[in-house]
Write a protein of this length. Sequence first.
Length: 205
Amino acid sequence: MLNNRFSSQLLEKAVTEIGRLPGIGSKTALRLALYLLRQEVGRVEALAESLTSMRRGVHYCQVCYNICDDERCEICSNPSRDASTVCVVENVQDVMAIENTMQYRGLYHVLGGVISPMDGIGPSDLQIESLVERVRKGGIAEVILALSPTMEGDTTNYFIYRKLEGTDVKVTVIARGVAQNDELQYTDEVTLGRALAGRIPFGGG
């Protein structure tokens, strides 16, 4: 049944779909829908086409699990990057944040989250085994743990450290220039760059 607030079922459907986006409430969804309704049809079609193309065409890199348009991302495919260093991050946003510092020239490994029993996320739900396999294949001298300094991030750091015990790889963690409980992607570039440069051996050893 049509909601009394709407005089158009098409508008109501658009508002409902926009409202499914994270952080978008019903009022914001309505405002965005009405904004799009005032635009030229071609502009709205371009937006819809770009979103559809993104969903169908964007893949995860077969090496590091960053997002890309091909089988390998531009970072993994770049011969000028230091392939002996791998920076482990929680998500794609963290890759972008570190790249913005322009102080890191190694490769990445995107876990796709952190261990969080409260949220039902265990080690098998993350790209941890694929990281261990990358290390076992050889060629990696250092693994930098660059997860957010939260309880979940620290738990994941320790789990990875234990998984890599017995290998020849050096395991380091970014310095605590990043405030406790802060998410990496929201840390300013200067602080993040200094935390990377000041990384220390995991466990302080």
